[in-house]
Design a protein around this ligand. Sequence first.
Ligand SMILES: O=c1ccn([C@H]2C[C@H](O)[C@@H](COP(=O)(O)O)O2)c(=O)[nH]1
Ligand code: ZN
Length: 179
Amino acid sequence: MDKRNQKQQPDPSNGSKRKREGCLDCSDYFMAVAVLTSKMSEDPNTQVGACIVNQDNKVVSTGHNQMPKGGEDKLSWARTGDKLDTKYLYVCHAELNAIMNKNSADVKGCTIYVTLFPCNECAKLIIQGGIKKVVYLSDKYKDDVLTISSKKMLDLAEIPYEQFYPKGAPEIVININPN
Ligand SMILES: O=c1ccn([C@H]2C[C@H](O)[C@@H](COP(=O)(O)O)O2)c(=O)[nH]1
Ligand SMILES: [Zn+2]
């Protein structure tokens, strides 16, 4: 094609092979997906989100803490009172939901990004499911036996866990207004 009379289009890349400024880093994106997923939680006190990523850096699943099917409107989110009437015996943790929701055959070799350090029951699922790394945001229950035992099991299984620190800006604004 003769390009002599073609109008020059502005080239935003400016010929550069470098990443676009402000381009989201992979791990920031995965933790942002976990945080966004946590916004689906109906728990009034702690909303947890998880995002499972495979070795090709593809998201294979997400999950948030929610009541099991059938119990959504019937089970209470109370933290205190008669144990049978609190959320603790019923709520399905974000990690469990993410593992159950996976769109892959398994989660072997995957990394889980989670907004709260996984409890001991979730650690068991992570270990037995073959997840190879945990990246977490908050460790607010670090002194709780559930977290201490979780770390003990992850250590024994040689699954590294690391706290997340953003590589780019710590705040990501998402505008879903169509106008
Ligand atoms: O590994 C975990 C641990 C906890 N969760 C969920 C379960 C509950 O809905 C909240 C914790 O409630 P608190 O009021 O902060 O005690 O977090 C989870 O999804 N995964
Ligand atoms: Zn858990």
